[in-house]
Design a binder for this molecule. Structure first.
Ligand code: E4P
Length: 218
């Protein structure tokens, strides 16, 4: 499974990129707004910090506007993936941008049918929002499972499932079990994947016993 960082914070991205675990980055208008900087500068900087795809979202809601904004965003760097919403115009814009050779991430997906349309439009990625469905008392992961089954039914559908709105390590594990191709994860959650209290406890015990020997490893 690939890991994308769901952040527009350049220092967090640089830190994660240095680990070699990071395969890409996703941003959205809220994350860009939090930086307080112009979108072009933020996306350009992120694209220089990481080789993998960097999602940058359009804010137009009509077909022509989305295509025009998508072209401008994609021109920032070769690794930009244009994010368009799961709307009728968004699917049309996805198709056009893909025909022009742009990478497209169809976002704000909350149903398997939206994912089916995105794949038919040739989307590079579909982003089902797991956490926001869970927030409503629904089962966000079930949408990932359904999309996996549907995409696996048709060889011609090559869109990657990008599990989004990931809030916990449990979400990451369940998305991997469900066969999501990618998870986009807030940096704090990504770091928490490494944590287990029994690992910390076991390490403390080993080191305490080791210290008593007075030995050092060469
Ligand atoms: C995906 O690309 C979105 O940026 C993100 O996962 C949304 O997550 P949220 O629901 O925690 O805002």
């Amino acid at each position: 499974m690939k890991f994308f960082a769901d952040t527009a914070d350049i220092s967090e991205i640089r830190e994660l990129a240095a680990t070699g675990f990071l395969d890409g980055v996703t941003t959205n208008p809220s994350l860009i707004a939090r930086t307080g900087r112009p979108i072009r500068d933020v996306i350009e900087e992120i694209c220089q910090a990481i080789e993998g795809p960097v999602s940058a979202e359009v804010t137009a809601t009509d077909f022509e506007g989305m295509v025009a904004e998508g072209e401008r965003l994609a021109d920032i760097a070769a690794n930009v993936a244009v994010k368009v919403p799961s709307t009728w115009d968004g699917f049309k814009a996805c198709r056009t941008l893909r025909q022009r050779g742009r990478k497209v991430n169809v976002t704000l997906c909350f149903s398997a049918n939206q994912a089916l349309l995105a794949a038919k439009a040739g989307a590079t990625y579909i982003s089902p929002f797991v956490g926001r469905l869970d927030d409503l008392g629904l089962d966000g992961m079930e949408v990932i499972r359904e999309i996996r089954r549907i995409y696996d039914n048709y060889e011609s559908l090559s869109t990657e499932i990008l599990a989004s709105s990931i809030r916990t390590p449990l979400h990451v594990k369940r998305a991997a079990v469900a066969g999501a191709d990618v998870a986009t994860v807030p940096p704090a959650v990504l770091k928490n994947l490494a944590r287990h209290p029994l690992t910390d406890k076991g390490l403390d015990t080993f080191l305490a016993e080791w210290r008593k020997t007075g030995q050092a490893i060469f």
